[in-house]
Each structure stands twice: as C-alpha cells, then as structure tokens.
Design a protein around this ligand. Sequence first.
Ligand SMILES: Nc1ncnc2c1ncn2[C@@H]1O[C@H](COP(=O)(O)OP(=O)(O)OP(=O)(O)O)[C@@H](O)[C@H]1O
Length: 714
Amino acid sequence: MISQAISKVELHPDQLKAVTAGEGTIAVFAGPGSGKTTVLTQRVLTLLERGVSPEKILVVTFTRAAASEMQQRIEQLTGNTSGLTLGTFHSIFLRLFHRMGVSVPRLLNDGEQRHWIRELLKDKEQPSDEEGVATTLSQIGFCKGNMVLPERMNVQKQQNKLFRDLFQAYETRKKEQNTWDYDDILLAFCGWLKEEGNPMSGSFSRILVDEFQDINRVQYDSLQLLLAKKGSFFAVGDDDQSIYGFRGSDPKFMQELSRRPGSQRVVLSVNHRSTDAIVAVGQKLIRHNRMRQEKRLIGMGRAGKEPTLLKPSDEEEEATKIIASLSDEGKTGVLYRTSTQARAIIDALVREGIPFSASMGDALFYRRWQVKDIFAYLTLAQNPNDLDAIVRIINKPKRYLFGEEWIDTAWNLSRKINVSVLEALPELPGLETYQKKNLSQLALQVKSLCGLGAREAIQEIRQRIGYDRFLTAYAKDLGQEVLSLLEPVEELTVAAQSFEWGIDLLEHADRVERALREPSPNPRIHLMTFHKAKGLEFDRVFLIGLHAMTIPHRRSLQVADHRKNAAWEEERRLLYVGMTRAKRELTLSISHTRQGRRVGPSPFLKEIGFDDDEITLKEDQDTFVANPHYIPSRRKEKGQPQLRFAGEELTIGTTLIHQRWGEGEVIAFEPLEGSAPGRKVALRFPHETVSLHYELSRQLGLIERMSTESGEEG
Ligand SMILES: Nc1ncnc2c1ncn2[C@@H]1O[C@H](COP(=O)(O)OP(=O)(O)OP(=O)(O)O)[C@@H](O)[C@H]1O
C-alpha cells in the first residue's frame, strides 16, 4: 500500500515499482533525469512505513549537497530524520568510528594536503603547479580507492617509480604527524571491520546508496560488511554516468549487484528533464558502449528543437557566438572536457563584463607555471628591474646561472652604475666567461622583446630564446609528455592574438584573476567541466571544443592496450553526461582550429548522428577519425585529395612529436607506393619504430614538428 506521504509525489509507474519493490537486493538502473533522488527518498519512507526501525537504515550519498538535499526531503515528508544514518561515505564512517569508541587521528584539510603534495613534488623536481598537484592527488586517490598502497606497487617505468616514491613519502609524512586524509577514513574503516572480525556486522538491515555507479572497491567492501546477513541493499545508479574511473570507481559493481542471486532489477526509463530530441541523441551516443546494461530511455513527449552543431572558425569565435546568443530566460551552461578549454570564453566574458560562474580550478589558466614563465619574460621587457621575474626565468632555458645568489649584488651594482638589474648582471665581478656571455645575451634577448606585439613576443620567447626547447628537455628529463607541457604555451599564444602588446595581456590576466576572486551572485552563464556538471541541469547547454583528441581525450587513452576500450567508453560516458544536462536546448560546438591548428571533429559526433557533411568543416578537409575501431565511410572524391603538408621538407634526423609516442626521429622516408600521393615516413621512438603517412598525419594533427622548425603554421 502506498502511504499518504508517498502519494504526495506523483510518481511515474517505473519509479513506483522501484519504491515499492519487496526486500532483498534491488538495483535500480536509472537513466539521466529519471528522478533518482525522488525514488531513493520515497524508498526510505516506504521502509519506515513498513515498520523498519530508523536505526537500522543507512543511506549513503556521494556528495554533501546530495546528502543535505535528501535529508531535507525526508524531513519535509516525515517531520524528522532522527535515528536514520544518512550522509556521505566519509561522514558515516567517521560517525561509526565514534559510535564504537575508535579514536581517529586529525584530518588533513584540503589546503594542507595540497601544500604537502606541492612540497613533495618540488623535492622531486616535478611540476608543482595546481595541475601537477591535482593530478598527483587523483593518482593517489585512484590507488587508495583500489586499496593499492605504495608498498604493494610493482613499477618499472621511471615516471611510475617517481610517483610511487612520492606516494610513499606522503604516506610516511602522514604517519609521522599522526594525520589522515579523506581516503584514509575509507581504508581504515574497511580494514578495521575486517581485522576486528566485523564488529558492526548486522548493524544495518537496509542499506540504500545513491549514484552507485561511482562506488569503488573500498566503499563496496565496507558496505558488504556493514549489511546484516538477511539485510536488503537498494542501489540507485546509472552505469552510463560512471565517470570517475580515474578515482577507482567502476560501474562493474553496479552490474555485479544486479547479478546476485535473487536480486531485482528495476529500470527507470523515463527522462523527466529533457526534450525528446535531446533524450534521443543521448541514447544514440551511449548505445555505442558495449560494457553497459541495455536500457531504453524515453522522454516525456516534450517538444523542442533538434540539437545543433556550431562550427566557428576558432575558440575566440566560438566564445563570441555563445555570448551573442545569451538569453536571460533560464540557466545556460557551457561545458568542456578540460579546464584549459575555458580560457577563451572566460577571456571574452571578462572583456565584455558579463557575470559568470566558474570553479577556481577551471579558471586557473593564467596561473599555470608555463604561462607564468612567459609572463616573467614579458614583465622583464617592461621592467628589467623585476627581481622575481629575473629569478624565475634566468635558467629557462638552461643557462647555468645562479640568479638567487647574485640578485642582491646585481641590485646594488645596478644602483651604483645606473643601469637596470638585468644589465648589471653581466657586470658582476668574478663571473665565468660563459656566465658573462649568457647574461649579456639574456639582457639583449629581453630588450629585443620590447618593440614586439604580444603574439610576436611570445613566439620569440618560445623559439629564438628557446623556451620550447627548455620544455622539451624538461619533459624528457622527467619522463613526461612534451605535448602536455607545451599545451598552456600554445593556448597562451592563441590568447595573445587578442592583445596588441604584452602589457595588455598581463593586465587582462589580472582582470581575469579579479573576476574569479569576486564571483558574481547572479551569473548569466555557468562554466564547468563535464565532470563537474554531473547531477546538474541547465535550460540551455553548449558543449564546446568537441575535437578529436579532446573527447576522447588523448591522455586518457594512454593506457595499456587491455584498458583502451574501457577508457574509450568512459570518455563516451563523459560526453553523455554533458549532453544530458540540457533541458531545452543543446548545442555541440567544434571550432575549425584549436590553438592555431586544424583539428578534426570528435568521432563521437558521428555516433550522435551528425553526418560527414555536417561535421566536415571545409570542403577540402578530411574527417579525422581517432577511434581505431571505426571505419570511415568513403567520401566522394573529385580527383586526388590535396595534401596541405606536401611541400614540407623532411630530412633524416628531423625530430617529430607524435600525439601518442612523443618525440621520434625520422630514420627514413619515401614516396608512397602506387599512385597514392604523399610520403611514408619511418619514425624511431624510444621503444618502437613506426611508419606513418607523413602528410596525412600532419593534417590530422597526429604529428607535429618541433616548434623551432615549424614556423608559423596554422
Ligand atoms: N515523477 C516526476 N514528476 C515530475 N518531475 C520529475 C519526476 N521525477 C523527477 N522529476 C524532475 O526531473 C528532473 C531530473 O530529476 P533528478 O535530477 O532527480 O534526476 P536524476 O535521475 O538524478 O538525474 P541525473 O542522473 O541526470 O543527474 C528534475 O528536474 C526533477 O524535478
């Protein structure tokens, strides 16, 4: 019988089926917008009505926001939630430790944890900017989520060894200071249950979990141990929205649950959020995933326009077009795969003075360390007495100088002989000949930046001064990917196009910083990554930068062969999460160029249903298909295709950078066999040698020339 409380909400028959299902394991597979929170809340009410004691009920959510929303809803319907154990994994496990009299060390706060990681990265001479810290933290989280601690890591590659050592140092430091991070709560709780012979066994006869697709090994094991022998498990989730694989979550747990003997499987198949057209394209995309529970999702019959494809010429035009179409009716969201992609739209919004919301993490582009290095050169061109800037770049590229040791003396000397600090440096007494020469050259190089426009100055820093060479060597030393380190510099070069002089760019970066520090209470537009958009909804959604190599992201595909398919599917789920945030309008955008280079569309666009002609950005451009399993349809060709890079000179020994394998050396090249145009080039990488179609690979952005050679391409 449905209670009065439940009848207050008009549940769809699917939702009702889940809410009123009998006991045992119940796995509710719910598509996006199908009302998971409502179902879980109503299920709690049903259990209370069935006479289950609130003390025996455990409700777990993944975020504090979801927990407090759930609490409020239950309170509204029942008057109170006393006795019920409800919260996130972390808060619940802490409460249970407390209940059982187990003492818990002090918890590291977010800032402290980041600070420690930054220090450890610096010790190991690894990039210690925000991104480096975030990446390391997520790697540590992934290991701990899978119950893998440094002592159990068997690693071969130099970079993995570096990570293992850092992870070990971090764990040791925590132990010495008797502190825990948040992952430790989960690990310690699970370990305690196991070691103590499960002292909490049978505490809960009903466990309900929201967003079950995001569960990881340690969470899953802990819940199994907490559940009473004949207890019931009620899990709500969408395996199609599992996007935290990098933290160890895995939709297989959801599937495992539904395969347990006697378990019931309920599917919520109506999307209450979006128009039918949006629901349909989402379905078209996600059906390409193989590792998933088959489920059909339909809309509520809401009409609306078909999702559209925006094809601006570059990121700047993309931003301008989105801003031009802004409407104050309802909420607008701009979503992207990686935070660097927010740079152009944030720049445009700041220029126009339009209030927006963006998380700090997404908006830190101008604080990336490579950007700060370039800014230091630009600053010095304005003010050759800027001591911080001198120290920052004195060995970038390597000049074998001792900036910090010399700076005070140079300052005093500059006052004495009435020149700038930069000019005083080569005059310091006791310098070696090469040091004097390098310092004189540095002063001249900085001087040469003065008359140049913003973009030209950056190109000069990168090429003639040798900043790109420095990054390439640095990446090699650390065993890191060159392209990843170069990316912020490429982005900055594009950003600089909108500014006449370096000083204008520096001032603009300050304005961006201020806009982020003082967020508007009434944003007209919300910017976030696909990851952060999970669980949210907007009336209008723009998905920007849907290029090959961006979604699926090339870095996430750099995994062992046996994990490639899974990685590919997680990328598809990410796009699916983004698309299904839209209530009324969905626009997918792909610019003609990205960071000044031609780029092809994401292979997912084809899967959504955009045909070759729609995706193709220009008559002469081949559609790039990055999916190795995908066979492109033949385009009707009139004569031979034009190869844009046919004129590029190739010599033995030339270094090329490949998106996947990094730097490689040309060891041979020859015309392709038969009448096919172009050259076959053999490239030797550290661990393998591969043959490629040179012109096509260049055109598709798969290989690039070192920027010292490539000149003004794109
Ligand atoms: N039975 C219902 N009747 C009317 N509206 C509903 C019903 N169930 C859910 N909704 C509405 O549908 C939208 C999506 O619901 P909700 O956010 O709970 O879905 P979800 O399954 O958690 O979605 P996602 O997984 O995509 O984040 C919300 O605006 C919610 O108010």
